[in-house]
Design a protein around this ligand. Structure first.
Ligand code: PAF
Length: 278
């Protein structure tokens, strides 16, 4: 089992000791309900640092009023056991009152990057993420923090916030871990019925088709329309399917440099997101 901390002063004392000894500290922020994708982040953390901290905090401020905060899966004991098997040194498990004491009044908004893609469908989500991640980085004070590329917009928002606020930490993305049929691992996959689970890999198939057919100069509108139609035929309700500049996340009409194809779609009540480099 990792050493578990719910008290900020005790966590800080532990990490300060490691840093004083010259040990590189890597943070893996999570909301728990850990799966192989999170464990890949921990494995990467162990490669690049001497000490690994994972945080587990289901952050209420990044869920909208009609989202799944209350039904978000929580199993702290199982998560701690998995972190222990993966060789995590410490687990930071603050409660909501520690993270947001009475009178808490600050919000970090990252303009531009938060506004497209998931932004309009999840008002306030990225401000919730940027605020809690900034707090986690200040609480743990890691040298490096790792985030899955599955949440690509989140990764870019966090990179921008860290650069803008001069936080002394390196933010790295880690490639998405997938099931054999291509479905990106997500804590929300457990909500899928057997029929929905059978349809779910279509999301990755459509992204792969668009990514592999797109070269510099390729116009994307026709491919996106065909991809949307294929997803709808497979039972998805598509929120967006877009090819975007990989740095600014602005939609592009023609591929012209590093780009990313990104999608969000509902299968039944479950919202899935995914993306691929073009
Ligand atoms: O990706 C997640 O699990 C969360 O958005 C994060 C980064 C831990 C912030 O709550």
């Amino acid at each position: 089992m990792p050493q578990r901390f719910s008290d900020l002063a005790a966590l800080r004392q532990c990490v300060a000791g490691w840093r004083h000894a010259g040990e590189r500290v890597v943070l893996v922020p999570t909301m728990g309900a850990l799966h192989t994708g999170h464990l890949a982040l921990v494995a990467e953390a162990r490669k690049i640092g001497r000490r690994t901290v994972a945080s587990i905090f289901v952050n209420p401020t990044q869920f909208g009023p009609s989202e799944d905060f209350s039904r978000y899966p929580r199993d702290l004991e199982a998560d701690l056991a998995l972190l222990g098997q993966a060789g995590t040194d410490a687990a930071w498990t603050p409660d909501v009152a520690t993270m947001y004491p009475p009178g808490f009044a600050t919000r970090i908004e990252v303009a531009g990057l938060s506004e497209g893609l998931c932004g309009p469908f999840r008002p306030g989500h990225f401000a919730g993420v940027a605020t809690v991640v900034t707090k986690l980085l200040n609480q743990v004070r890691p040298d490096v923090a790792l985030f899955g590329e599955k949440d690509f917009q989140q990764l870019r928002v966090i990179q921008q916030a860290v650069a803008d606020l001069d936080l002394a930490v390196e933010i790295r993305g880690v490639p998405t871990v997938r099931e054999e049929d291509g479905l990106a691992l997500s804590s929300r996959n457990r909500y899928l019925s057997p029929e929905e689970r059978a349809a779910a890999p279509k999301l990755h198939a459509v992204l792969s088709d668009i990514a592999s057919a797109s070269r510099n100069g390729t116009a994307v509108a026709g491919r996106i329309a065909a991809g949307k139609a294929a997803l709808e035929a497979a039972g998805f309700r598509v929120q967006y399917l877009a090819v975007c500049d990989a740095r600014t996340l602005a939609p592009v009409e023609r591929v012209d440099g590093p780009a990313r194809v990104l999608v969000a779609a509902f299968l039944g009540r479950t919202r899935l997101i995914d993306n691929l480099a073009v």
